[in-house]
Ligand binder design. Structure first.
Ligand SMILES: [Mg+2]
Length: 181
């Protein structure tokens, strides 16, 4: 079985203005240090995958094609620096569609586990929201909460039982990659 780095996209890899969707390639900016971080981390795990909720697709604010274009651009940037992202898993649904793939549900993580034969004990989920945390815990993945994106707010409001479960906290993906702090 293989090890995997499983990343949330917005607030982890990409900088996101609070409450705003990233709907077009010109709006794509990496979080500070995130590109360097994902390049480094992708060499330490067998696979690197991104799992992202993008309800903006089914809300009609963007298209799957444009989202795939964004992901192609991210992959190219990582590859040019000799890193790799193996796959992007996208949930396009709105919350009220009750799909099995929108985080905190774990449908996309299950798909990734099957496709890449991922062993949770050798892997990690990195995110900035409660949805990421719940998805990770539901399948016994270690979890890293970043304070970037909505992470600080997540940390301020986190359920006490989740605090007791124990997860690591870092300021940014860069800090996690270099084990700072
Ligand atoms: Mg996020």
């Amino acid at each position: 079985m293989s090890s995997a780095l499983i990343l949330d996209r917005d607030g982890v890899l990409l900088a996101q203005e609070t409450g705003k969707y990233i709907t077009r390639l010109p709006d794509v900016h990496f979080e500070i240090g995130a590109l360097e971080a994902v390049v480094k981390l992708s060499k330490e795990y067998d696979h690197t995958v991104v799992i992202t909720n993008q309800a903006c697709i089914n809300k009609g604010l963007t298209t799957l094609k444009e989202v795939e274009r964004i992901h192609g651009w991210i992959s190219d940037a990582v590859r040019r620096r000799n890193g790799h992202i193996d796959a992007f898993y996208v949930c396009p649904h709105r919350p009220e569609e009750n799909c099995p793939c929108r985080k905190p549900k774990n449908g996309l993580l299950l798909t990734a586990m099957e496709e890449f034969d991922i062993d949770p004990t050798k892997s990690v989920v990195v995110g900035d929201s409660n949805r990421d945390l719940e998805m990770a815990l539901s399948l016994q993945f270690p979890f890293v909460l970043l304070k970037s994106g909505e992470g600080q707010e997540t940390l301020d409001h986190i359920d006490l039982s989740r605090r007791m479960y124990g997860f690591s906290v870092f300021d940014t993906l860069f800090d996690f990659a270099y084990k700072l702090g």
